[in-house]
Design a protein around this ligand. Sequence first.
Ligand code: F6P
Length: 328
Amino acid sequence: MEQQIKRIAVLTSGGDAPGMNAAIRAVVRTAAKSKMEVIGVQKGFHGLIEGDFISLNKNDVSDIIQRGGTFLYTARCDEFRTLEGQKAGAAQLKSAGIDALIVIGGDGSFEGARRLKELGIRVIGIPVTIDNDVACTDYSIGFDTAVNTAMDAIDKIRDTSSSHERVSIVEVMGRGAGYIALWCGIANGAEDILIPEMFDGNMPALIDRISSHVIETRAKGKTHHIIINAEGIGHTYEIAKAIQDKTGVGTRATILGYLQRGGSPSAKDRMLASLMGAFAVEELAEGRVDEIIAVHEDKIVGYPITEALNMFKDVEPFMYRVSGLMVR
Ligand code: F6P
């Protein structure tokens, strides 16, 4: 029988994403109902190593559900990749009498959580990343807001692209994953969508293919040509120049960058952050530990952390096929 959990800690780690605050709020409010004390760890695993702890009650999480970013701050912590760093973090939790840690973040953060589990710390992960690339879950909090932010920006780029009869290549975030690019590509009605999952690494062939497509769309009388490029492919400025050189059509590059990570979370992100945050605490209250919370077939579930981190996720083939139908 698991020891009863009375005192939990929560931290946000890795790249921030809209909905992190809503998830912290749900954790704190649900814990209060279960008579659990909540400790906020500031600045992710860096703050864990340093023992940068604050007490959190319901008042501390009022007026944050609508705010982007994370009020607990976040960090990418190289020290926590070392066993010494992990041991220092585990020691801080033990000496503060904390029974379990909730990690809000992506795959890299969950790898940190798994290391803590190996050192005897009970953990739960809540997937929050604009990249939507956490393998065990159909959906990661923050993705919907980021896609909508990028989509709005790309609509604006399309206006000026059409006025000048130019080609525009827009790079969106996603690290090694093409979900933001694929969604924006379809939602923005792009002419080409470039995602790392479908890129064989042959850049000259890619440039030839897009350039021919640009010439083809011009011949059909199109005055704009929007290309969405995923960060995982990159080289956006070089691709723009090569297309302009090959086609003679004015081509501009835009890298959307960090604006995709900010902003007030969408209703979907607030909702899923609230559901997943509450679910995480209820799992702990019922003695279920060492899990990653996930969305599977529209239900909130928990997977054992080791199993979750061994899962693999790829773009939905039908969605990719539709993207092909929509762009040609
Ligand atoms: O994981 C979220 C993300 O925004 C990725 O899309 C991007 O590659 C990365 O973070 C950027 O990280 P950093 O904030 O460390 O520059």
